[in-house]
Design a protein around this ligand. Sequence first.
Ligand SMILES: Cc1cc2nc3c(=O)[nH]c(=O)nc-3n(C[C@H](O)[C@H](O)[C@H](O)COP(=O)(O)OP(=O)(O)OC[C@H]3O[C@@H](n4cnc5c(N)ncnc54)[C@H](O)[C@@H]3O)c2cc1C
Length: 458
Amino acid sequence: MNRKYGALVIGTGQAGPSLAARLAGAGLETAIVERGSIGGTCVNTGCIPTKALVASAYAAHLAFRSAVFGVVLPGPPAVDMKRVKARKDAIAGASRDGVAAWLRALPRLTLIEGHARFESPREVRVGDDVLTADRIFVNVGGRAAVPPMPGISEVPFWTNSSMMAVDFVPPHLVVVGGSYVGLEFAQMYRRFGSAVTVVEMAPRLIAREDADVSDAIRQILEREGIAVRTGARCIALEKSPSGVRVRVDCQDGSPVVEASHLLLAVGRRPNTDDLGLDRAGVRTDARGYVEVDDQLRTNVPGIWALGDCNGKGAFTHTAYNDFEIVAANLLDADPRKVTDRIPTYGLFVDPPLGRAGMTEAEAKEAGHRILVGRRPMTKVKRAVEKGEELGFMKVVVDADSKAILGAAILGPGGDEVVHCLLDAMYAKVPCTVVQRAVHIHPTVAELVPTVLGELQPA
Ligand SMILES: Cc1cc2nc3c(=O)[nH]c(=O)nc-3n(C[C@H](O)[C@H](O)[C@H](O)COP(=O)(O)OP(=O)(O)OC[C@H]3O[C@@H](n4cnc5c(N)ncnc54)[C@H](O)[C@@H]3O)c2cc1C
């Protein structure tokens, strides 16, 4: 059957539903297509379920450390993974159901379940139906990359998606990939009771961060008993009596890691390989990301790409901002653009890392003369009071203009605290404005003005 719409959205991730609602609200007959679970990665296999698990892991960690606070439990704490999973499922499920109910109730919006593929620049096939629209918005997201590493077809492995079904504590989890996704899983499973080894090809963890940030995070993980193997150049996998053997060939330590279970967290790839983009003439780059301009238009008039699949961001907040940019341009005559966005993200290990703007290394590479302020959490009273004095805060400032270029806050509430610097960056005010602000005592954010008063050339 052929059906004609005013607008068609492919994918119900973090940009599509809000955009579909705006378009339908503006009077366009709109369809939104989803091949998997409503809500996409963040809701089903990404941010929401992982942060629910991180919360359970934090509770376990506190329970095991309760004596530090003078709290005596009647016996040793135990983790019931079936209940941990049930809590995570309930939180993610409520979110998924909420998005589905909202989309189904909106006037002029049709939710279609199935796999969408372009037939032409204006036609998309879903099963036996061909949907035609003059405006098509691609929000297909991404999935875990599974590179052809030696032995990969011989061993069972989990990705962030299949990991969502785990309801037991693996005896020894080896996490291949020492970046954002891998480290969150590594710490939570350690806290649930697994032995955990992280294997990373690069010389250090989360290599896009400054070395001091990588090193501090490594120390935090190692202090909890997580084994970290960096510089693992020749990763190869094979079955072993204990489950899986990972050959790492690192310079230091044993050349193999024996584990019971394997999580592969070595990056993401866009879901553009089975979308028929060639039939629509939509260009992608060498890695499959849809090429877009500053307002998220593809090379084909009438087709836009939003969220992870355009390679301009890899986060829920960047996908949602893509929706805001497209809606502003199309419906509000407001020429918002991607390059107005300041990079920002969190790494939700405990303590969390909040990041905004450039790293110190990026600021130097960009040719800035920089000043850096730094303070360990041992010198932040609130962190000490909470017994969470690991980590540090760092702010990078342009020595000439006094503009804040970037920040890394690794410590209690670091993911929240960083926003007082991010907002000043958006406001384009010099760091002296934040330095003279009076913050609440006792908070971690209270020390941000102090750090800005102690800037040193770097
Ligand atoms: C483990 C993990 C933890 C994360 N934690 C965070 C976090 O804490 N904070 C954060 O900001 N980000 C986090 N992210 C990233 C975040 O989940 C993504 O950036 C975000 O979901 C991207 O949204 P999106 O709209 O681009 O795509 P997605 O959410 O991936 O949605 C795309 C949707 O399109 C559907 N689809 C794909 N192809 C088709 C097709 N051909 N036809 C029909 N439907 C199709 C998919 O089924 C999917 O539902 C995390 C990711 C992972 C993997």
